[in-house]
Structures are given as structure tokens and as C-alpha cells.
Design a protein around this ligand. Structure first.
Ligand SMILES: NC(=O)c1ccc[n+]([C@@H]2O[C@H](COP(=O)([O-])OP(=O)(O)OC[C@H]3O[C@@H](n4cnc5c(N)ncnc54)[C@H](OP(=O)(O)O)[C@@H]3O)[C@@H](O)[C@H]2O)c1
Length: 286
């Protein structure tokens, strides 16, 4: 029986990955900072990346579904022997590289350093590492974009966007991302590579939001406002303590196409994500 060590297993992508590993006959040890409910085939270990206790001396694969920079640091100093590492980063590594927002540039820099760290540690240890970069993640009701929009729209039965929110998006379902992490394991072409993982459909930002609003019970109305009116509304929301982390950089990106090539992932490990079809339960709305 093959054995896996998983960091971030309690998260949106990590949880379906644990289920997938168990179903495919793996023995799984997963690290969490908090007590976790029992999951068949999974042994939970307590701790964070700096202090996890009782780690196994060797495993067949290590997965990182949490903060990449912290994982890279842990991996560099870890004594766990392992020939295969699969770690999630983000397409923010490219999208936020030249952002006007210093915090976003810092995130991109940490992702770059994390990816480089994982690859160089793997090379030193004769291990094979693969980096996976999801786009906008949805499906488990814990994401910071569509689930937040669904919560606001569910409360007010309406949601507003600037009329020019037509930048293209490729929302990726957590189940497809977990499957991708499993699929790369035995695909030799993925060794030492990083892959963008977009969803299976490319659509305009406002169409993506419209589909989420249409799924709510009762459906919420989408108001498309002139950009200046939307900006004024956002200022009011900020003053009321709502969406304060949604700043100018994020507003500008609603007009930008954030589109990534699915082909390398399709070619090297058969990545075939689903189209964007929101359903009840995917956004924490029951
Ligand atoms: N959500 C998105 O839109 C998105 C987009 C692109 C890429 N990604 C990347 O995909 C991966 C998984 O994302 P996700 O949305 O599934 O994550 P998530 O639901 O936010 O879960 C994060 C996981 O990381 C663990 N974690 C967080 N901070 C930690 C720390 N300081 N020390 C140790 N563990 C920590 C948490 O474990 P415990 O709380 O159990 O300890 C949790 O299981 C991450 O690398 C993320 O950057 C996400």
C-alpha cells in the first residue's frame, strides 16, 4: 500500500484529495493545526508546518495544499524521505507580479520563492516535484471570491458589478484540482514542471457572477452599473466595513482577461476539468 503525507488536507482542495487517495488505496497521514473529524483511511497529525509531530520517516508522496512558501521552508529542512512531491501554488504568481498593490506583489514574490525552493530541494534530494497553479477556485463554499459574492447577494437579493466587468475567467472546481494532484503522480512528464490549472470554461466575469446569482434561492438580481457609479458604491461599502480588501487593483482586474493555457496539463496528465455550472452547496448557500 502506498503512503502519502498531506499538508492542507482540511482545505477546499485538500479534503477531496484525501478522499481520492483513500479511494485509490493509499494510506494517508494528514497534518492540521486543529482537531479534524475522522475521515476513512486518514490519520490526522496535529501541528503546523513548523511543528508537526509524529511525521513518518518515509512516504511515497508528499502533497502541499496549503501556503506554498511555508511548505517550501518545511521541505528544505525536513528529514522525511520521499521520491515525489506535488505542491499547489497559484496563477497569482503571474497575475499579481506587476500589481499596483504592494501586498499583491509580495504574494507573487512569495509564490515565486516557494516554487523555486520546492524545485531546488527536490533536485538536491533526487526527488521529483510538480507545481500546480489553480486559477479562481470554487466548489467547497470556502473561496474568497464567488462564495463571498453568493453570501452578499443571498443577503440583499441583489449584487452590483461595473458594466465593464467583462475580463475573462476560468473558474476551477476543487474536485477537478484534487483529481489533477492525483493524476500527476505517475506522469513522468510532469517532473520538475509547473502547470496552470484553469477550469473547463472561459467566460466573462459578469457572466460568471450572473450564473452564481441565478442559482441562489431565490435568485438574486445583478445590477450592471456605470463604472463611476460602481466605484461610488464600493466606497460606501468600504465605509460600512464591507469588502475592504477589494481595492483598485482587484477592480481593474475585472476588465482584464486572466486566461491560462490548459493544453500542457491536458497533454501531460489528461487534465479535463468541468464547465462552470454552479449548483446549490458549492458556495456555502446550502
Ligand atoms: N482558493 C483559491 O482561490 C486558490 C486559488 C489559487 C491557488 N490556491 C492554492 O491552492 C492551495 C489550496 O487552496 P485552498 O483554497 O484549498 O486552501 P484552504 O481551503 O484555504 O485551506 C488551506 C489549508 O492550508 C492549511 N494552512 C493554512 N495556513 C497554514 C499554516 N500557517 N500552517 C500550516 N497549515 C496551514 C490549512 O490547514 P489547517 O487549518 O487544518 O491547519 C488548510 O487545510 C493553496 O496552496 C492555495 O494557495 C487557492
Amino acid at each position: 500500500m502506498r503512503e502519502a503525507l498531506v499538508f492542507g488536507g482540511s482545505g477546499q482542495i485538500g479534503h477531496p484529495l484525501l478522499v481520492c487517495l483513500h479511494r485509490r488505496g493509499w494510506r494517508v497521514q494528514a497534518v492540521s493545526r486543529r482537531p479534524q473529524p475522522p475521515l476513512p483511511g486518514v490519520q490526522w497529525l496535529r501541528g503546523d508546518l513548523d511543528s508537526a509531530q509524529g511525521l513518518p520517516p518515509r512516504v511515497d508522496a508528499i502533497f502541499s495544499c496549503g501556503p506554498l512558501d511555508r511548505f517550501a521552508r518545511w521541505y528544505a529542512g525536513s528529514a522525511v524521505e520521499c521520491p515525489r512531491v506535488v505542491a499547489f501554488g497559484s496563477t497569482s504568481i503571474e497575475v499579481k507580479r506587476d500589481s499596483a498593490d504592494a501586498g499583491e506583489r509580495d504574494l507573487a514574490a512569495r509564490l515565486r520563492a516557494g516554487e523555486a525552493g520546492v524545485l531546488s530541494t527536490a533536485a538536491q534530494r533526487n526527488a521529483a516535484a510538480t507545481l500546480l497553479r489553480p486559477t479562481l477556485v470554487y466548489g467547497a463554499g470556502g473561496d474568497r471570491t464567488l462564495t463571498r459574492i453568493a453570501a452578499i447577494a443571498g443577503r440583499w437579493h441583489r449584487f452590483a458589478l461595473p458594466r465593464d466587468a467583462v475580463g475573462l475567467r476560468q473558474p476551477a472546481h476543487v474536485g477537478d484540482l484534487a483529481k489533477a494532484a492525483f493524476a500527476v503522480l505517475d506522469a513522468a512528464a510532469t517532473h520538475g514542471q509547473a502547470y496552470a490549472l484553469p477550469g473547463g470554461e472561459t467566460l466573462a466575469y459578469r457572466e460568471m457572477v450572473a450564473r452564481v446569482l441565478a442559482m441562489l434561492q431565490p435568485p438574486a438580481k445583478l445590477h450592471l452599473l456605470p463604472p463611476t457609479a460602481f466605484r461610488a458604491l464600493l466606497s460606501l461599502a468600504h465605509a460600512a466595513g464591507i469588502a475592504r480588501d477589494f481595492g483598485d487593483a482587484a477592480l481593474g482586474r475585472m476588465r482584464q482577461d486572466l486566461v491560462f493555457d490548459i493544453e500542457p496539463a491536458r497533454r501531460d496528465f489528461g487534465y479535463a476539468p468541468r464547465a462552470f455550472e454552479p449548483a446549490a452547496g458549492m458556495f456555502g448557500t446550502g
